[in-house]
Ligand binder design. Structure first.
Ligand SMILES: *Cc1c(COP(=O)(O)O)cnc(C)c1O
Length: 221
């Protein structure tokens, strides 16, 4: 079991290194976020034992249930929130997470700024962009990115970059390229893009953070 997890981690890291080599980028320019949503501590510990420290969850409450104990047991854990965030969970998110990838609206800028003031802790955020302009998808509209960036900067929220989840079932490359362009226009360094099915493509198009779940943990139940 734990050998298997270490092997899967090796495989993904080798794929990242390969994509970086093809793109003539340095492998340390890309952060692998292991997305551990739905998996319990027993599934996560083998990756921690293998030395991995950067993880992501999509629900505040689920993360609160398992990560305090894991953070206690392992030094240097870095926890990312990659799922939609309700404003009334901003305090909890700022307390637990080291980076938030789902800042997508002015009301959340306000709630997060307030939470960060209260906690006296500035948590870097990615602005999530609804890159495929999909009806029911999280993320701010492409046209609203400049205003939201400005609001976040004015509220003293450290901006890590832009994040996207492209539409399912179609070639993601054009969406990754668009996110890269938008980030460049805003002077933002980070691009959180690429999941198990497409992270090598995302890396070739400038991803700095890839969010990989299934390729590390297997299918979710
Ligand atoms: C679940 C999830 C991932 C990981 O997806 P896999 O296909 O399992 O790698 C990445 N990003 C977000 C926002 C997710 O919710």
């Amino acid at each position: 079991m734990s050998e298997n997890a270490a092997q899967l981690l090796d495989n993904v890291q080798a794929e990242i290194a390969r994509a970086c080599m093809i793109a003539r980028r340095k492998a340390d320019e890309v952060t692998l976020i292991a997305i551990s949503k739905t998996h319990d501590g027993d599934a996560i510990r083998p990756l921690l034992d293998a030395g991995h420290r950067v993880f992501g969850e999509n629900r505040v409450q689920e993360a609160q249930g398992k990560w305090p104990a894991l953070k206690e047991a392992y030094d240097g854990v870095e926890l990312h929130l990659v799922g939609q965030l309700q404003s009334n969970k901003a305090d909890d998110a700022v307390d637990l997470f080291d980076c938030i990838h789902s800042l997508d609206r002015p009301s959340l800028v306000k709630a997060l700024a307030k939470a960060m003031d209260k906690a006296q802790r500035r948590v870097p955020c990615f602005i999530q962009v609804n890159i495929g302009e999909e009806e029911q998808k999280g993320g701010c509209a492409i046209a609203d990115v400049p205003a939201l960036v400005e609001q976040a900067r004015a509220a003293d929220i450290p901006l890590a970059g832009l994040m996207c989840v492209p539409p399912l079932g179609i070639e993601p490359a054009p969406f990754f390229a668009l996110l890269d362009k938008l980030a460049r226009e805003q002077g933002l360094a980070g691009r959180s893009m690429g999941m198990s099915g497409d992270y090598p493509t995302a890396i070739m198009l400038g991803a700095t953070h890839v969010r990989v779940g299934t390729a590390l943990f297997g299918e979710r139940g």
